[in-house]
Design a protein around this ligand. Sequence first.
Ligand SMILES: [Zn+2]
Length: 95
Amino acid sequence: MRSSRKYQREVPALNTERLMGYTHREIGTDGLEYKVHQIRSGQKVYLCPGCNGTISIGESHVVAWTEEGWFGAEAGARDRRHWHSGCWNARGRRR
Ligand SMILES: [Zn+2]
């Protein structure tokens, strides 16, 4: 009797997180846990929600999203935003 058991391996649940090596978590000002991913060099121009300025191609910045929003993890990830690193760090101080 042949067994295929040896080909079965445990697959890590959060593969994407492993690919995104610089992702870490932090608690936002709204009390939700955010995933924050450092981008070393942007591929596109992004609009920063912190200052409404643009993030240039090649500029290092962060991407942040939450999986604890009302619409779930997928919607949160789809709704991720690109921020200047400084704007993301300073966001809690804005009123
Ligand atoms: Zn900004």
